[in-house]
Design a protein around this ligand. Structure first.
Ligand code: ARG
Length: 466
């Protein structure tokens, strides 16, 4: 006969749980996600018990085989825990006892579900971190491909959403490569703190059983062990850190998403969306909607919400384990899923969802006053103090607007009226291409600098790959 979790309690209990409470208490509905890691952790624990002579090698072998059998049963669909099991840890233990009889009852020697759940969570998150890092790299590569194709493509640069100065489109996209790089740096650092083993801290105080915590840590690939048993079972900082990292990833994705959304509008027309990544309207036949970036932008809310939720759940919790911690799981699964799928969706959008409209971009940079700063800079080169040059050009722009013309429509005579020091060479310097090419300061948008940045990123990414 299999026992329910409340029948697993010691003989101190006489009555079963109220059915509603049983449901309310159970986490099996979601922590079954941790099954692989729970089995991995239990195998490492069993082997260590064998190694330390707490159980025999033969017993350790049998426990390992039983646990692998449960893994197989889960794969084949015959291991289906229910509410009666309460959580994944009890479910696996219950099945192990069914399979092995009294020997199965030895697995839990020298550990508790408190160190077990934190171990499972860390192992699970470590895997997801590695997958996410690969996806972030693919996202960077997709950006870099557009950069390489668009060094000489110009796009208006904005501040305050007002036309400011023209840019190389590659330069604009490289800004996102930088953001993602910071995300990856943060992720790497978080991984180091995730990758510490709490296993063997037992319920809160350690155990008199002669275990070897470093043995389990090593076999599970952890780089170290948590040094304080109370902290080991009650630390969820890594969850908060991961949520904070994810929130910033979502911020970055949503900024690009927002740009793609307005670039794809009739008003901008800087990109067109391919059929692969756009949707239609059920009513208006002419429409092509940017659902992918809109969804990514919208999904920020739940990720930021989980960050707030986790901080609030942890605030004021006394040491050590409290059941409140059970609330970390659904949030973590949702944040991982949402962030991972958003990175993937935006990558696919870059890979095959958008096409830059070169003609539209070229005409956009021709038709504004975003070369006004360059006139001021020119005057500075003729020894006019910058503030004076700035005032002069401001007045000129005002006159042009009144006459409905652009700076390029002015003749040399007009320019000389502004300042007699102006020569013919100014006219050529005002073309958007020249304006961009001139911004040669390090990190600037000149074509040469942009090429330099692309080379740098390609090199960095290639060296990480090897
Ligand atoms: N399901 C529990 C959780 O997610 C596992 C740990 C339970 N520990 C306990 N002492 N009740 O946190």
């Amino acid at each position: 006969m299999s026992k329910t979790s409340s029948e697993t309690w010691s003989e101190r209990f006489e009555e079963g749980l109220h059915p509603f409470v049983q449901n309310f208490n159970a986490s099996i509905g979601f922590d079954i996600t941790l099954l692989q890691e729970d089995i991995d952790g239990s195998i490492a624990h069993a082997r260590m018990l064998g190694n330390c002579g707490v159980i025999t090698f033969d017993e350790a072998d049998q426990l390992e085989k039983g646990l692998e059998r449960i893994r197989l049963e889960a794969k084949q669909g015959s291991f289906q825990p229910g509410i009666a099991d309460e959580d994944v840890h009890f479910a696996v233990e219950r099945r192990l006892i069914e399979l092995l009889g009294p020997l199965g009852k030895k697995l839990h020697t020298g550990r508790s579900r408190n160190d077990q759940v934190s171990t499972d969570l860390r192992l699970w998150l470590r895997r997801r971190i590695d997958e996410l890092d690969l996806l972030l790299e693919r996202f960077q590569k997709a950006l870099l491909l557009h950069c390489e194709d668009n060094i000489n493509t110009l796009i208006p640069g904005y501040t305050h959403m007002q036309r400011a100065q023209p840019l190389s489109l590659a330069h604009h996209l490289l800004a996102y490569v930088e953001m993602v790089n910071r995300d990856r740096e943060r992720l790497k650092e978080i991984r180091q703190r995730v990758n510490i083993s709490p296993l063997g801290a037992a319920a809160l105080a350690g155990t008199p059983v002669p275990i070897d915590r470093r043995h389990t840590a090593r076999s599970l690939g952890f780089s170290d062990i948590c040094l304080n048993s109370l902290d080991a079972v009650s630390d969820r900082d890594f969850v908060v850190e991961f949520f904070s990292f994810s929130s910033l990833v979502m911020v970055h994705l949503s900024r690009l998403a927002e740009e793609v959304i307005f670039w794809a509008s009739e008003e901008f027309g800087f990109v067109s969306l391919t059929d692969r990544c756009a949707t239609g309207s059920s009513l208006m036949p002419q429409k092509k909607n940017p659902d992918v970036p809109e969804l990514v932008r919208g999904k920020c809310g739940r990720v930021f919400g989980h960050l707030q939720g986790a901080l609030t759940m942890l605030k004021g919790l006394p040491l050590a384990y409290n059941k409140d911690f059970q609330e970390d799981k659904e949030a973590l699964f949702d944040v991982v899923f949402t962030t991972t799928s958003s990175v993937k969706a935006m990558t696919i959008l870059l890979e095959e969802g958008i096409e830059f409209s070169h003609a539209r971009l070229a005409s956009a940079v021709e038709s504004d006053f975003s070369n006004a700063t360059d006139v001021a800079d020119y005057l500075v080169s003729k020894a006019v103090p910058f503030r004076e040059a700035y005032q002069l050009v401001g007045g000129l722009v005002k006159q042009c607007i009144q006459q409905g013309i652009l700076l390029r429509d002015l003749t040399l005579d007009d320019w000389k009226k502004l300042c007699p020091l102006i020569e013919n060479d100014l006219l050529q310097k005002l073309s958007p291409k020249e304006v961009v090419a001139a911004r040669v300061s390090e990190g600037g948008t000149s074509f040469a600098r942009v090429q330099e940045q692309i080379n740098l990123w390609k090199g960095r990414i290639a060296s990480r790959d090897t």
